[in-house]
Design a protein around this ligand. Structure first.
Ligand code: SAM
Length: 165
C-alpha cells in the first residue's frame, strides 16, 4: 500500500481544516461588528456553516456564477455577483477596511493556477480587512501587511491558512 495521500485524504483534510479555521476565526473576532465576506460560494457548504455560526454580523458572498444548494444561497442583497478581480476593488469603495472575517475558497483542482490566482487577489483582499480581523484561505496568500497565524488544533498544516491585521 502507498504512503501517499489519496485525493479522498486531501479532500477530508481540506474540509476538516476549513471548519476548524472558520470556527476559530468567527469566535476570535466575535467582538468586531464589521461584515464577514465569503469569497467563492460553490455548493455553499462553507457559507451555510458560516450562517450557522456568525451572530450579529452580515455575511456577504462574492461569486461569479451562483450554483449553490438552495438551502445555502444568499439573499440578493448579500450577494456580490461578478468576478472578484472587479468586485473586490468595488467592495473597498463600498465597505472600506471593515471586514471582520474574510474566507477565500476560490481555487479549483490545479495547484499552480490556484497559486497564481492567490498572488493576483492578495492585494485586492488585503485592504478590506479591519484592524484585528482574520483572513482564512485554502491557499497560501501573498500579503504585505497581514501576519500568518498559528492554526487551530484540528486544522492540517498546508490545507488552510489564517492571517491577521
Ligand atoms: N467553499 C465552497 C463550498 O463550501 O461549497 C466551495 C467554493 S468553490 C471551490 C470555488 C468557487 O469560487 C466557485 O463557485 C467559483 O465559481 C468561484 N470563483 C472562482 N474564481 C472566481 C472569480 N474570479 N470571481 C468570482 N468567483 C470565483
Amino acid at each position: 500500500m502507498s504512503d501517499a495521500q489519496s485525493r479522498l485524504d486531501l479532500f477530508i483534510d481540506r474540509m476538516v481544516s476549513q471548519r476548524a479555521c472558520l470556527d476559530f476565526a468567527i469566535a476570535d473576532t466575535a467582538d468586531l461588528a464589521g461584515p464577514v465576506f465569503e469569497l467563492g460560494l460553490g455548493n455553499g457548504r462553507t457559507y451555510h456553516h458560516m450562517m450557522n455560526r456568525v451572530r450579529n454580523r452580515p455575511v456577504y458572498v462574492f461569486e461569479r456564477a451562483v450554483a449553490s444548494h438552495p438551502d445555502s444561497t444568499p439573499p440578493e442583497d448579500r450577494l456580490i455577483l461578478g468576478d472578484v478581480r472587479e468586485t473586490l476593488p468595488a467592495a473597498l469603495d463600498r465597505f472600506g477596511a471593515t471586514a471582520s472575517v474574510i474566507h477565500a475558497d476560490l481555487g479549483g483542482h490545479n495547484r499552480e493556477k490556484n497559486d497564481a490566482f492567490a498572488r493576483l487577489v492578495s492585494p485586492l483582499i488585503e485592504p478590506l480587512l479591519a484592524e484585528g480581523g482574520l483572513m482564512v484561505s485554502s491557499d497560501r496568500m501573498y500579503f504585505e501587511t497581514l501576519a500568518e497565524q498559528p492554526l487551530p488544533a484540528d486544522a492540517v498544516p498546508g490545507r488552510c491558512f489564517i492571517y491577521r491585521r
